[in-house]
Design a protein around this ligand. Structure first.
Ligand SMILES: NC(=O)c1ccc[n+]([C@@H]2O[C@H](COP(=O)([O-])OP(=O)(O)OC[C@H]3O[C@@H](n4cnc5c(N)ncnc54)[C@H](OP(=O)(O)O)[C@@H]3O)[C@@H](O)[C@H]2O)c1
Length: 289
């Protein structure tokens, strides 16, 4: 049951990095929203009857859809499941939602990374199965005019399982003490999941909800190597463990070299730009990261 005068809001994927940040920040918005934060154990999105029943019971006014098979390697390991969750469940969720807005979290990996500084209107050309499922998921979502797609870059922070943020993966490698080589020529616009969640909540509280495609990422383009240095500095660790590598010497599945994005549509809505990861870390010295 909703509290009087609050609207119901769904967060799917609440057991993950971004969904858990959204769910935690939901407490700050409880005068307006009753948040239903669904982890996979509470609502498996491949169970379409369960989605329909939960929808009828809680009648959400907005759905922030974070659930996904979110890692490239996991998609490659189980392509059927990746399509089922990232595309098919997204389609069904939108159908069940009807006129209720669904916000789909997508990725900068919809781009091939040959150009960089991608605007919302740029041509997509994913190089990986993960990227392709997200492009197809976007299409399902955008078939309904009230919906929105938010393309994110790398997100970091503390996840409930301790292994979802890029910082969490990196910390484990650092703690193992083995030297690491990070690309100096692969670029993203990383962000804190706390910032991403904060922006989404701001948008949820606007009178006119955003529709269409938005880019939501940190305001500074950084190489993998620069990101590694930044984290070591944050943790007060020596950076001699870090070696510079290059995509030119890399052999393996395809990688997008520069998927930096511009956030013009979002900046126009918010009336300002988003901080880069370096600035966000400086502004939030005590935030767990
Ligand atoms: N984090 C990033 O750097 C990043 C970057 C770009 C885009 N994104 C996108 O942002 C969204 C959120 O990412 P995230 O980092 O929070 O991912 P995440 O930590 O992997 O969380 C995704 C959640 O979805 C859940 N899930 C998977 N299959 C499900 C199913 N059948 N039913 C219900 N829940 C299911 C997972 O459950 P389990 O915990 O049980 O696996 C997980 O908790 C994703 O769409 C991702 O593609 C993330």
């Amino acid at each position: 049951m909703n509290k009087p005068e609050t609207k119901s809001l769904w967060i799917t994927g609440a057991g993950g990095l971004i969904g858990s940040h959204l769910a935690r920040q939901g407490a700050w918005h409880s005068s307006k929203w009753t948040t239903h934060a669904w982890a996979r154990a509470d609502l498996d999105l491949t169970d379409h009857h369960a989605i329909r029943a939960a929808f009828k019971r809680t009648l959400p006014s907005l759905i922030i859809h974070c659930a996904a098979i979110s890692k490239s390697a996991a998609c490659d390991a189980n392509p059927t499941l990746a399509r089922q969750v990232n595309v098919e469940s997204t389609r069904i969720l939108c159908d069940i939602a009807g006129e209720t807005p669904v916000w789909f979290l997508s990725t900068d990996l919809v781009f091939d990374g040959k150009a960089g500084a991608y605007a919302e209107t740029a041509h997509v050309n994913p190089l990986t199965l993960y990227g392709r499922t997200k492009v197809d998921g976007e299409r399902q979502v955008l078939a309904h005019p009230q919906n929105a797609v938010f393309r994110l870059s790398l997100n970091g922070g503390c996840s409930p399982t301790g292994d979802r943020g890029f910082n969490e993966e990196f910390r484990r490698s650092v703690e193992s003490g083995t030297a690491m080589s990070l690309f100096v020529d692969e670029f993203r616009c990383p962000a804190a999941a706390a910032m991403t969640a904060n922006v989404l909540w701001k948008l949820a509280n606007l009178r006119d909800l955003p529709r269409g495609i938005f880019h939501l990422c940190g305001g500074e383009r950084l190489s993998r190597f620069q990101i590694g240095k930044l984290l070591l500095q944050r943790w007060g660790k020596d950076d001699s463990i870090l070696q510079s590598g290059s995509l030119r010497d890399y052999q393996g599945p395809p990688r997008s070299p520069d998927t930096s994005m511009t956030c013009g549509r979002l900046e126009a809505l918010l009336g300002g730009s988003l901080p880069g990861l370096r600035a966000w870390l400086e502004e939030n010295p005590a935030a767990p990261f």
